[in-house]
Design a protein around this ligand. Structure first.
Ligand SMILES: *Cc1c(COP(=O)(O)O)cnc(C)c1O
Length: 708
């Protein structure tokens, strides 16, 4: 087998994406093209003939590295003795079917928009690592989510780019007879068709439905064009396709799921199709079939923000779901009741979250605090139950350590922590971080910080060149960011409740802090606003204006086009990760968990995961966890609290140095943060919890009550 053939095989399984040693091989082949091609190995390989590629590998003398990577890969995919062997036996040959409208696995696969998708990607990767039998189902968007550009007027511009299908690692999804699979979903105005595509993510298959087929109307072909791009009319058809089409695809593939896991309400229609199939196969009534499917179904809700839940008008339900509810033996009224908190209320729209809650045995929120909020929010669904009896618990989100930990940190840990492995969720193992030499940890961190700054300078320079900035401004971009200054990162969707503006509300005070000549502070912002979110876009404009104000231009940076790549650079390079949502609207948040893995300290409102993670000595808290009915009051109070904590705790601790120039108290906090948080907020711990509290009980195993 040639090096070329080995690389092609590796490139066709996204396993490579969380193995930095393997990524480095592709990068070495042509560093500049690697960057320009969006870190896509298939696109890179397509630029060479096999002979040219072989020649290049000889020049670089990396055949051995390729052989090692290939052996590692083959061992990984054929491994049988994994965690799930002992811990998820009941699942056996009936896998979990995991439904999500987005998957964030790598920047070269733009079928995600933010936290929900990245969480789904991390979930899949951990299931692969732990050997949990799971298949994932979603949609393939050929234009993905938009790329963000900032124009000369400081505004966000959305650019939708066609993905070249030939550059994606699609495998044919075939039925028992070896034929390509097309599924059909009926609506009142005729069927929608979709082709089933398959992508390998380590040991897990991700099936993606693609409606861009000639059999479909032009409108339906666009159903899988852009993520969250259309209106409600489009959204209901996307959700119908993913949920119902997804269950049909599994059947065509010959897969009989033991558990259905709905990642957010978008896919709740899946349970109805599963019930319909049971009715046909077993001659059951709708009630009996639905009860059985609900026993197998786990529903995860992700947001207390009202706009995050889908509501559909009765007319839309009728137009799109009539064939399905007729097949279930229901009329429109009884069907609408499944999506209403109060079935008798004719004015209530059909809510996908309500459907998910009603057709699952158990639902979960994504942090402890979010569990409390969720039970309160949906208590109307269980009028006869006390709050204690409501079947909603929580499993706090986590992140995939191999994906988010910098390779430099990983190598340091491997050298200095005798029992450590990136897959470990044992607190004792992670406590070995206290044994690392403080100077080594600090030096590694500083190297990563410089790497981030190089990245930021390049990005800002590129952006200024594009908008036609002056040569002076472009030259200036080479000098932004001071490696010795305390550097704070803030990156996430620019939804209003996330309050990117919080820290700059009092601009004079902000100025004094940032431009203090003895103890300067720098901020790097990044994030996209949803194309229809004008408030979020205004916040972006406000931050970019601050960046373009000469007073701040070296110290306040907005990086355009936040994606997994930008996120990785940021969480691996900053000193502090800032998060200041309006409590309790952040269900969990995960970017701060990624920062933990790299030694950055969290500086956050006590909301989402941080409300249960902060212990007084593993980072910084903003405020005391109180809320206020008036947002204006709350924003002012939280903004003042943030600046106060920054001035009185964060800055003094960072700039206090010992005789060797090391911030020894700060490094202590870094170690506390890693030791107490890294294992607890990893997606391996999260998946272990899903197996124990959700998947095993749903598959008929022992019932263990989920944490509340
Ligand atoms: C992790 C991640 C998010 C989610 O971050 P939150 O802290 O939950 O807001 C969003 N987008 C990208 C690209 C990410 O990597």
């Amino acid at each position: 087998m040639t090096s070329y053939e080995r690389c092609v095989e590796i490139a066709h399984n996204l396993w490579w994406s969380w193995h930095p040693d393997v990524v480095e091989i592709f990068q070495l082949v042509d560093p500049a093209r690697w960057r320009e091609l969006g870190h896509n190995p298939i696109a890179l390989l397509r630029e060479y003939t096999p002979e040219e590629f072989e020649q290049r590998i000889l020049e670089l003398a990396i055949q051995t590295r390729i052989n090692v990577a290939y052996r590692h890969f083959k061992k990984y995919v054929s491994e049988r003795t994994l965690w799930a062997r002992q811990n998820a036996g009941v699942l056996g040959s009936r896998p979990v079917a995991y439904f999500s409208l987005e998957f964030g696995i790598h920047e070269s696969m733009p079928i995600y928009s933010g936290g929900l998708g990245v969480l789904a990607g991390d979930h899949v990767k951990s299931c692969s690592g732990m050997g949990v039998p799971l298949v994932a189902i979603g949609l393939f968007y050929d234009k993905g989510y938009f790329k963000q550009l900032i124009d000369a007027n400081c505004n966000q511009v959305e650019d939708y780019v066609d993905t070249d299908i030939a550059n994606l690692p699609f495998e044919p999804a075939l039925d028992k007879n070896g034929n390509k699979i097309t599924v059909e979903v009926n609506t009142k105005s005729g069927p929608i068709y979709a082709r089933v595509r398959c992508i390998r993510v380590g040991r897990v298959n991700l099936y993606l439905l693609d409606a861009d087929l000639e059999e479909n109307s032009d409108e339906d072909r666009k159903l899988t064009s852009t993520l969250y791009g259309g209106d409600v009319k489009m959204r209901i058809r996307q959700e119908l396709l993913c949920g119902v089409g997804g269950v049909r695809a599994l059947k065509a593939l010959g897969i009989t799921p033991g558990v259905y896991h709905l990642n957010e309400g978008h896919n709740s229609f899946a349970t109805l199709e599963a019930a319909r199939q049971k009715m046909v196969a077993c001659g059951m009534s709708f009630q009996d079939a639905m009860r059985e499917v609900a026993q197998q179904t786990v529903f995860t809700t992700h947001t207390p923000v009202a706009a995050g839940h889908d509501y559909f008008e009765k007319s839309l339900i009728e137009q799109n779901l009539e064939p399905l509810y007729k097949a279930l033996g229901l009329d429109l009224k009884s069907f609408m009741a499944l999506g209403r908190q109060n079935p008798e209320d004719e004015k209530e729209k059909f809510c996908m979250t309500v459907l998910g809650m009603k057709t699952s045995r158990y639902a979960n929120a994504v942090s402890s605090l979010h569990g409390v909020v969720t039970r309160r929010m949906w208590r109307g669904l269980w009028p006869n139950k006390t709050e204690e009896e409501i079947p909603v618990g929580h499993i706090t989100n986590g992140v995939h350590v191999p994906t988010w930990m910098a390779p430099q940190i990983k190598r340091l840990f491997e050298r200095s922590m005798p029992n450590w492995s990136e897959e470990s969720i044992d607190p004792n193992v992670w406590s070995e971080v206290y044994g690392i030499d403080s100077g080594d940890l600090w030096e590694t961190h500083c190297a990563l910080k410089n790497r981030l700054f190089d990245f930021a300078r390049r990005r800002v320079g590129r952006q200024l060149t594009r908008v036609g900035a002056s040569p002076e401004a472009i030259e200036e971009a080479k000098h932004i960011l001071d490696p010795n200054a305390l550097t704070i990162g803030f990156a996430r969707r620019f939804a209003e409740y996330k309050r990117a503006f919080l820290i700059v509300q009092d601009e004079d005070h902000f100025d004094r802090i940032v431009n203090n000549p003895d103890r300067p502070v720098q901020f790097i912002f990044a994030g996209k606003a949803h194309p229809a979110d004008n408030i979020g876009k205004d916040v972006i404009n406000r931050i970019v204006r601050i960046q373009r104000n000469p007073k701040f231009s070296r110290r306040v940076i907005f990086l355009e086009d936040y994606d997994i790549n930008v996120a990785r650079h940021l969480v691996q390079g900053v000193d502090v990760w800032l998060n200041n949502p309006r409590r309790p609207l952040e269900a969990s948040g995960t970017s701060g968990q990624k920062a933990v893995l790299n030694g950055a300290l969290n500086f956050s409102i006590l909301d989402g995961w941080w409300a249960e993670a902060y212990d007084g000595a593993n980072g910084f808290a903003i405020g005391d966890g109180s809320t206020h009915v008036d947002w204006k009051v709350m924003d002012k109070r939280d903004g003042d609290a943030a600046l106060e904590t920054l001035e009185n705790q964060v800055i003094p601790t960072y700039y206090k140095r010992n005789e060797h120039g090391l911030p020894i108290d700060w490094i202590r906090l870094m170690k506390n943060s890693i030791a107490t948080l890294a294992w607890r907020f990893s997606s391996h711990r999260m998946v272990a919890d899903y197996v124990k509290y959700a998947y095993m009980p749903a598959a008929g195993g022992m019932s263990v009550k989920m944490p509340r």
